[in-house]
Design a protein around this ligand. Structure first.
Ligand code: ADP
Ligand code: ZN
Length: 719
């Protein structure tokens, strides 16, 4: 027997299947999709068995060293899926498979992530032996229970237990256990409203349609998902639900667990690698029928898939921006077709691409334009900060402060958003304007107050803050940026009695903190929840009647064609946290651009208005959804090589692509990162038959070149 094995090598030029002999001793356990260890040159590598055949054209084959685990890691569907993703993203096949698996199962050398076992004993009754009293006591325990955990027996007497084991009267039995345990508490599904019910009826569960559920915040999308999944389970099928990591909150997971108990496997970043490994195996063995997780959960090895749901479909977190640069939405649609099951994508603010597809009837549009119980969406008020900054030097304007005070007087709660997107708390010199930058990456350093350091968020470089400017030597260094800590300080001064809970990536990084904070806020232990994007999504607190946005504009200023869309969507999402129960809610947005259309359509909750306006702009500027975009990044340690090769590539593309607009090469947004120089070329096209072929040739051409790296990103979420 010969097997074709795909291995991972650091060298990107090797991405192919190698043949190995299989010794008779392990032949019976060889299956397509398992992991094996093989010799490769002088090394020993792990790889996936992708082919089984009788013979090979290669002479003097080496042999498989061992089988790593008998379970099939990549089933047939996933093997085929990997090939499609490779073709669509132009990345190595091995990287596509590695992306599907938790770290413990990737075919690479890794830290020891092992299975956990409990040790049990059973009685070996073929013995006639005289027992003493304690021994008899142990033996008696087996009358009612054939299998007893070691710990229980140890409680009686460890020496007696040892004797019984040595005499072979008790035999050990190991049972695998999972690190996480869930009860099976089941709660009733809520009685659906007419609107929700109508959506359920419109989804054809025996089709591979893609649906776009456009439902305003608080319209009860989660309950729709739950009902769809419970219908799927009744047909003995399985389901995947994707959510952005940021909204994969304990609230969300708990709601699903309430309904589906241990049928759910939840994969999120707060799990340890061992826990992820266990969850994955529960899925692979068919013990969990529903998987909820972020982007990579789209690869969950469920068989008999009945539905894939993608919540907050506008989120850019579904696009992976490292290789393989796949979009989980595209992968979901491929899996939907393979399994003949529907894909349902939901959002209060669908991405322009998806909504345009719904308009063209490529996706089927489902709408829920009312909140549960017919509650009104919160009233939104804009505060023109151009006037307010003159009146006070605080980041919190007087009208916002006033509203916060009134809300707290009524014993309600407040959420405050500090829009950090595209915002750096950079440090500059007031005298000469010098800005502190990372010496490796050419981006401004971010100020961290707790450690009083400046840090690079790309490479980790850190330095102390000096009062004296390195450029002009005046003691005029000033922290311009405002972070959540600064706002928290201001709140303490302005409203000393208010209890403020600060939630950002710093305060939630410790395991379990996120959940604790959410519970504490829900229990009204705090009055104000202050945070970054993390507070904008998925949260559902009944006492929140005021949402304040400190700075709406920062995300408008990013040089990205999606900046308006992202701003509109963020503001709509965070506004949606206000007035979700029977209390009326309101929203106050502080802005320096109160006439900007993204802000104005937010004010009137007018998604369609925003969509139509933004579509005109996209059309004029030839951006998605009218044109596709592909971004090429050409990078090198050597400045000249990077620039020369980038220009060469552009010329060759120009010669070969007839229907494509080619922009650049221009320095990438971050021109120098980790001491590597980067140029970008943007391709805009509607239909260009030759494009994949050509780019693939380009990619192959540079694969073995170690002076230059070329990176290809189709439909990038940002440049
Ligand atoms: P969305 O995700 O659309 O913003 P949610 O799914 O979070 O909205 O629902 C908003 C609120 O309405 C939640 O508190 C939820 O429990 C409640 N809800 C949803 N559907 C129903 C229903 N059919 N009956 C009663 N309450 C519901
Ligand atoms: Zn850096």
């Amino acid at each position: 027997m010969v097997v074709g094995v795909l291995v991972e090598l650091a060298n990107k030029s090797v991405d192919r299947i190698f043949d190995y002999n299989v010794d008779d001793s392990i032949k019976d356990d060889i299956k397509v999709g398992i992991r094996v260890e093989v010799p490769f040159g002088r090394q020993t590598l792990e790889g996936f068995v992708l082919e089984i055949k009788n013979s090979s054209e290669v002479k003097d084959l080496k042999s498989v060293i061992r089988i790593i685990d008998k379970d099939i890691i990549l089933n047939k569907e996933l093997i085929d899926l990997g090939k499609k993703i490779k073709a669509n993203t132009l990345s190595t096949l091995i990287s596509c498979y590695q992306a599907m698996l938790p770290r413990a199962l990737k075919a690479k050398k890794k830290t020891n992530i092992t299975k956990k076992y409990d040790i049990y004993y059973k009685l070996n009754d073929s013995n006639d032996y005289k027992f003493n009293k304690t021994q008899q006591e142990i033996i008696n325990m087996f009358k009612n229970k054939p299998l007893i955990k070691r710990d229980e027996l140890l409680k009686i007497s460890s020496s007696s237990l040892k004797t019984l084991i040595n005499k072979n009267i008790l035999i050990e039995e190991k049972k695998e256990h999972y690190r996480l345990e869930y009860g099976t508490k089941t709660d009733n599904i809520k009685k659906l409203t007419t609107l929700q019910q109508r959506v359920i009826e419109e989804v054809n569960l025996n089709s591979s349609n893609t649906y776009l559920l456009h439902g305003v915040t608080g319209s009860g999308k989660t309950e729709v998902y739950i009902k769809l999944i419970s219908n799927i389970l009744k047909n003995s099928k399985t389901a995947i639900i994707l959510v952005p990591e940021i909204s994969l909150t304990p609230q969300m997971i708990n709601r699903f667990r309430e309904v589906f108990g241990s049928n759910i496997a939840a994969i999120h970043s707060a799990l340890s690698e061992g826990e992820k490994y266990d969850e994955w195996r529960r899925i692979n063995r068919g013990e969990a029928k529903i998987v909820i997780g972020a982007r990579s959960a789209v690869f969950a090895p469920l068989t008999n898939l009945g539905i894939i749901i993608i919540d907050e479909e506008h989120s850019d977190s579904y696009k992976q921006d490292t290789n393989p640069k796949y979009n989980a939405k595209d992968v979901a649609i491929i899996r939907g077709k393979t399994n003949n099951c529907p894909v349902v994508m939901g959002s209060a603010t669908p991405s322009l691409e998806s909504f345009a597809r719904a308009q063209k009837k490529v996706y089927k549009l489902l709408s829920m334009n009312e909140r549960i119980n017919g509650k009104k969406l919160p009233e939104i008020k804009l505060i023109d900060m151009n006037n307010e900054v003159k009146k006070s030097n605080s980041h919190i304007s007087l009208p916002l402060l006033d509203a916060i005070n009134k809300t707290l007087d009524n014993n309600n709660q407040v959420i405050l958003l500090l829009n950090r997107r595209g915002y750096s708390s950079f440090v500059t010199c007031k005298n000469c304007g010098y800005a502190f930058k990372c010496p490796n990456c050419d981006i401004t350093l971010t100020y961290h107050k707790t450690s009083n350091t400046l840090r690079c968020h790309y490479c980790g470089y850190g330095t102390k803050v000096y009062k004296e400017c390195p450029e002009c030597h005046e003691a005029s260094v000033n922290n311009l940026g405002v972070g959540t800590e600064k706002i928290e300080e201001e709140l303490h001064k302005l409203i000393p009695y208010a209890k403020v809970l600060r939630m950002d990536f710093d305060t939630t990084s410790r395991k379990g903190m996120h959940e604790k904070m959410i519970t504490a806020f829900k229990n009204h232990e705090y009055d104000i929840l202050l945070g970054t994007q993390i507070v904008a999504k998925g949260l559902d607190f009944e006492n929140v009647t005021l949402v304040g946005v400190i700075n709406a504009d920062t995300s408008l200023n990013i040089p990205d064609f999606r900046s308006s869309e992202n701003t509109f969507s963020l503001l709509a999402q965070v506004s949606g946290r206000s007035g979700r129960s029977n209390k009326n809610g309101s929203v106050i947005i502080q802005t320096f651009n109160k006439d900007h259309y993204a802000i104005n359509y937010t004010k009137t909750h007018d998604y369609i208005g925003f969509y139509n306006y933004e579509m005109q702009i996209r059309k004029k500027l030839k951006y998605p959804p009218y044109f596709y975009i592909c971004y090429l990044k050409i990078s090198s340690k050597n400045y000249d090589i990077a620039s020369v090769e980038a220009n060469k590539i552009k010329k060759s593309l120009e010669r070969n692509l007839k229907n494509t607009i080619i922009l650049g090469p221009s320095p990438a947004n971050i021109f120098k990162m980790n001491n590597i120089y980067r140029y970008g070329i943007i391709l805009k096209y509607k239909k260009e038959d030759n494009l994949y072929n050509l780019l693939n040739m380009l990619y192959e051409h540079y694969r073995t070149n170690n002076k230059i790296t070329i990176d290809i990103d189709f439909n990038p979420s940002h440049f």
